[in-house]
Design a protein around this ligand. Structure first.
Ligand SMILES: Nc1ncnc2c1ncn2[C@@H]1O[C@H](COP(=O)(O)OP(=O)(O)OP(=O)(O)O)[C@@H](O)[C@H]1O
Ligand SMILES: [Mg+2]
Length: 1042
């Protein structure tokens, strides 16, 4: 093979460019801050939590596409002013695309990879949207232009292939046949390296043809995503352009492969929370991306001289196919795309680090000579030899008939082979052109139909796939559903779609949609049970999550731009119908807490997934129901402070009465495994293989994504305020345990009993007026859990149990009461003795401002009880838990600068307090003197000696006061829970006058709502109606306004 090593060593390092996109709608709503800045080709990222921390990276190119642009009349995004810093699609192409083209024309293999988190702009840069064409179409345009310009010197052939890697399966996006179960095989040949066996390669003659093939491929991707119920952001899209240049004059052929790769969203590599999932290893969804990371790291290590490093190309399909692109025979460019928003800091930083490693990779690119040309050359050479031998045979005059015949046969065979090789391209091209004409006719027909009839248009989570499917509603009645046999049917596939799902009726230019029994149809966020007339731009959700936009007759299309009706819009509308709503952000309105918005977006992201999981559970007969819960972490905070909110998914096995609580990450991971299982099930069904030895519906439990070993479940919490202990006042309370729905899970009867070191309760005379008297002294008290009443958990299923968990002050472990089973009102009789051997100011502050959070844990049959781990817990030999010892520092560990600041402030306070203290002491002394004089006078006059001291009387009133205070606090809490505060935040929504402020900061209406509700549990779609708490119902019905 003739090959020329390119340039001098070091010039084949992978080129890396970064691009920053504008804020998207979510980021704007969240009032995001831009944390990325650029100077020339260096880029700096600022840590949003620490203004002193930033990191700078240097790359080959850095593109600022965040600001300074306008949309011109043609819809192109261009720089606001001439020479502005905004990098448009053209400038990115000029730097990166032209280089790739140049390399390809020179005969090098070239690769362009787009890497970045979901929604960061990979597809925008690679493929583009509308008139803003990306690198791939621009590259093809320029390629065919260059081919046309060089017609005299060379003959060129271009082959186009498009494939997708999803869950380690290779799917040909241009295939004409049906999809191969399990995907195409990746094979290896010594000459070619890894390649996809049977991948369709289409000869192309023009950029228009390539664009049309790309559209065809994207359409195939869209249907694959709906049919397989798969998320395209998790798949890698590869376009392979093979360019063959035949230079007849020089008698050489150059062949280069151009790989254009739009990678899956990078954040999927490490979905938070899924780490703890026992089935995490079961999924291959991240394998390709993780392996790509490992390959890049290993190659970066090799580049810095580390020896003996294994490059794990073979671990995944993607890295096999990109072997030559990374560390091999290719000139490679990586475009790392970034979101500039503060909320994406972690992801952006990780992308930059990834890019930093990639730029160290060194390739060895060579100019490739085509093996086909060599073969032709070899055959021609052989023919010349054969002819010489033949003529020699003739000259020798010997009639070696046999030999001559054999040689002639060989000659003819060779001629045929040469002709076959040379005509292959022509033939293929003719076929492709025929195909293309057919496709072109389809497109023309589609355009004509769009001007004649109303239609529905698919809307996908990946904006790149939206609008790919158009289903026309012609005059008369049309069934829509899985059915494809009837001539008057519109066939769609997807989760929860029935054979005959609904009927479109188009009469007198009016279209109505009628759901058929048992099918789910949602129009503009609301489930419709009866015929509904559709209006232009109505949003339809059929089945679990097949989302379509209705486009009316051309005369009704007053608004032609449907881009604002994206996937988020559909889901927000659905959430609004559930009572969770984002209002419109008004001009000048304040921004909403980004944390709340993050919860909202998590919610709308998970909502369709939960609906799909429910549908899969139903179809696979799993009997498991999934529900979303917004958890307010205030329930677990000892100060009852407003903390973050979290979204969890509650999974309930109806038959077994088992309940699991999954984090978002774990659920997303499980959902993916469910999809895999569902796809297998579909395959078994379609191949009629119902007697399979292990049908997916009978999967062993350990492998079943719908199942987990049961674990104790946190049912709710109660706050038992400790203030009375600071006065050594005993307290007995009936505490309401608030569940995750904000509902009453149980009542706990509990006591706080100040006692002696041996556990004897203190008397009234031991009550303190001034808690500071405790400073430096020993304080003993007992927490007594008497009884639990009205346990909802046990009422629902009697084979369950409960335990109470709690933790005090600095105690590093949770302590648990013994388990009690099968009883709705069990006696607990659990008593724990705590002692502070040397009470500090910090402990006093804690007692006066905090509560012990009593956690009610639900036990299910088969799960192990919770045990108090005493590791690191200080105890006396008598079993008393020590919460503070002499010498324990008062200060919590903190950053030294902050610490010294607060120490200074505290010293100032102390000085002031000392002043107040001494004047109070003086006053106190005088009062005592007056009191004792008065007492003496009264005793002598009335002769009463049994009356308790005034101090004790005062202490008793204090006790009464604290009792009432606690009950008022309880009432207040209840009131707060039931207060009809109403809002999920509008982006930038205003706080209504009088909205509560807690913990020294203003509370947004949404926070009010979330705090009030404790946690909201909502059931999503799939007809799982059933139990709803009154709170939930109330919340659902509330219209959330600014
Ligand atoms: N440079 C840019 N200028 C304007 N809009 C952009 C730019 N980059 C991205 N966008 C917009 O951001 C949205 C998401 O971009 P895109 O679809 O390219 O993300 P992605 O990285 O491909 O995500 P996924 O991993 O989900 O496929 C699109 O609506 C796109 O129009
Ligand atoms: Mg994309």
């Amino acid at each position: 093979m003739r090959a020329k090593v390119s340039d001098v060593h070091g010039k084949d390092c992978v080129k890396v460019a970064v691009r920053v996109r504008p804020f998207n709608k979510r980021e704007k709503n969240a009032g995001s801050r831009c944390i990325i800045s650029m100077v020339s080709s260096s880029i700096t990222i600022q840590d949003p939590r620490d203004c002193h921390s930033s990191r700078t990276f240097c790359f080959d190119h850095a593109y600022w596409s965040h600001s300074g642009f306008i949309q011109n009349r043609c819809g192109l995004y261009v720089a606001e002013e001439l020479g502005g810093r905004y990098a448009d699609q053209d400038s990115v192409f000029q730097d990166l695309g032209e280089g790739i083209l140049e390399n390809a024309l020179q005969g090098y293999n070239a690769t362009l990879l787009a890497y970045g988190q979901t929604g960061s702009g990979k597809s925008y840069s690679m493929v583009g949207y509308g008139p803003n064409k990306g690198l791939i179409p621009k590259l093809c345009e320029r390629l065919f232009q260059a081919i046309g310009d060089n017609l005299e010197t060379r003959q060129c052939q271009v082959f186009f292939s498009m494939l997708e890697i999803y869950n380690e399966q290779v799917v040909d996006l241009l295939t004409r046949g049906s999809r191969i179960p399990g995907g195409l095989r990746v094979r290896e040949e010594q000459q070619r390296g890894f390649y996809v066996e049977g991948l369709r390669t289409v000869p192309c003659e023009s950029a228009v043809q390539v664009e049309q093939l790309m559209e065809q491929g994207t359409r195939a991707r869209t249907t694959a995503a709906t049919h397989m119920n798969a998320n395209s952001s998790r798949s890698h899209m590869l376009i392979i352009l093979q360019l063959k240049q035949i230079f007849s004059r020089e008698n050489i052929t150059k062949q280069s492969n151009v790989n254009l790769v739009d990678l899956a969203g990078s954040e999927r590599q490490r979905s938070p929370g899924s780490e703890a999932d026992r089935l995490k290893e079961g999924t291959a969804i991240n394998l390709s991306l993780t392996t790509l990371g490992n390959v890049i790291s290993s190659l970066a290590d090799v580049a810095v001289g580390r020896k003996g490093i294994h490059i794990p190309y073979r671990h995944s399909v993607l890295t096999k196919l990109l072997q030559s692109a990374l560390g091999g025979n290719s000139r490679t460019v990586m475009l790392a795309t970034l979101s500039p928003a503060d909320i994406c800091y972690e992801e952006s930083l990780s992308t930059l680090r990834y890019a930093e490693r990639t730029k160290r990779i060194q390739n060895r690119a060579v100019i490739n000579e085509s093996p086909t040309e060599r073969l032709v050359k070899e055959l021609k050479a052989e023919n010349t030899r054969l002819l010489q031998r033949l003529s020699r045979l003739g000259q020798e005059g010997r009639r070696a008939n046999e030999e001559t015949k054999e040689l002639r046969q060989l000659l003819t065979h060779n001629e045929l082979q040469i002709r076959a090789i040379q005509t292959l391209w022509e033939q293929h091209l003719q076929e492709a052109l025929k195909d293309w004409e057919q496709q072109y006719a389809n497109i023309t027909q589609e355009r004509r139909m769009m001007q004649m009839y109303p239609y529905i248009l698919n809307i996908n989570e990946d904006a790149q796939l939206s609008g790919m499917v158009k289903l026309f509603i012609q005059d008369g009645e049309w069934d829509i559903g899985l059915c494809d046999s009837s001539p008057r049917s519109i066939s769609i596939k997807g989760l929860g779609i029935q054979e005959r799902h609904a009927v479109f009726r188009n009469e007198q230019r009016r279209v109505t949609l009628t759901p058929l029994p048992g099918s789910k149809v949602i129009v503009n966020g609301n489930t419709v049970p009866k015929p509904t007339e559709l209006q232009h731009l109505d949003r339809l959700i059929l089945g679990s999550n097949c989302t379509y936009l209705f486009i009316g007759y051309p005369s009704e299309r007053d608004v032609d731009d449907w881009s604002s009706y994206d996937y988020d819009y559909f889901q927000s509308e659905l959430a609004a119908a559930e009572g969770i709503r984002l209002g419109e952000s008004g001009p000048g309105s304040s921004q909403t807490d980004p944390l709340l918005l993050a919860v909202f977006y998590d919610y709308i992201q998970l909502m369709p997934m939960v609906a799909e999981a429910n549908q899969m559970s139903q179809e696979l007969n799993k009997g498991v129901e999934f529900e979303l819960e917004i958890k307010n972490l205030v329930l677990s905070d000892s100060k009852g402070c407003d903390l973050m909110k979290d979204i969890v998914v509650r999974a309930t096995s109806r038959a077994l009465k088992q309940v699991w609580m999954w984090s978002k990450g774990k659920f997303v991971n499980r959902k993916f495994l469910m999809e895999e299982l569902y796809q297998q099930h579909q395959l078994q069904k379609s191949t009629g293989n119902t007697v399979e030895r292990c049908p997916v519906t009978e999967l062993p439990r350990e492998k079943d994504p719908f199942w987990d070993p049961v674990e104790p479940l946190l049912l709710g919490t109660a706050h038992f305020w400790l203030q009375s202990l600071a006065f050594r006042i005993p307290l007995e309370e009936q505490l309401e345990v608030l569940g995750s729905e904000g509902s009453e899970e149980a009542i706990i009867q509990a006591q706080l009993v100040p006692c002696t070191s041996t556990g004897l309760p203190l008397g009234e005379d031991d009550i303190l007026i001034d808690p500071s008297e405790l400073l430096g002294r020993r304080l003993d008290f007992q927490l007594v859990l008497d009884q639990c009443c009205g346990l909802r958990w046990i009422r629902e299923a009697s084979d369950r149990g409960v335990q109470i968990g709690f933790r005090l002050f600095d105690c590093c472990r949770n302590l648990f009461s013994p388990a009690v089973w099968h009883n709705v009102n069990p006696m607990l009789d659990h008593r724990v003795h705590f002692a502070s051997l040397h009470t500090s100011q910090r402990l006093l502050d804690y007692l006066q401002s905090s509560a012990v959070v009593l956690e009610l844990w639900g036990l299910q049959e088969g799960c192990t009880n919770l045990v108090s781990s005493l590791e690191g817990v200080r105890m006396t030999t008598e079993g008393v838990f020590i919460i503070e010892e002499p010498g324990t520092t008062d200060a919590a560990p903190a950053d030294s600068a902050v610490l010294s600041c607060s120490v200074r402030a505290l010293q100032q306070n102390l000085e002031e307090l000392k002043g107040i203290n001494s004047s109070l002491k003086k006053e106190n002394r005088t009062l005592r003197e007056q009191l004792s004089t008065a007492k003496n006078v009264r005793d002598s006059t009335r002769g009463q000696s049994v009356r308790p001291s005034c101090d004790a009387e005062f202490a008793r009133s204090l006790k009464v006061f604290y009792h009432s205070m606690t009950s008022v606090r309880g009432q207040l809490q209840r009131l707060r829970r039931h207060r009809p505060s109403c809002v999920f935040p509008s982006p930038g929504g205003l706080r209504p006058a009088g909205a509560p402020a807690v913990c020294g900061r203003a509370v947004s209406p949404a926070e009010g709502f979330l705090r009030a509700a404790g946690t909201v549990r909502l059931r999503t779609q799939t007809g799982c109606s059933g139990h709803r708490s009154p709170e939930t119902r109330a919340i659902r019905s509330l219209v959330l306004t600014e």
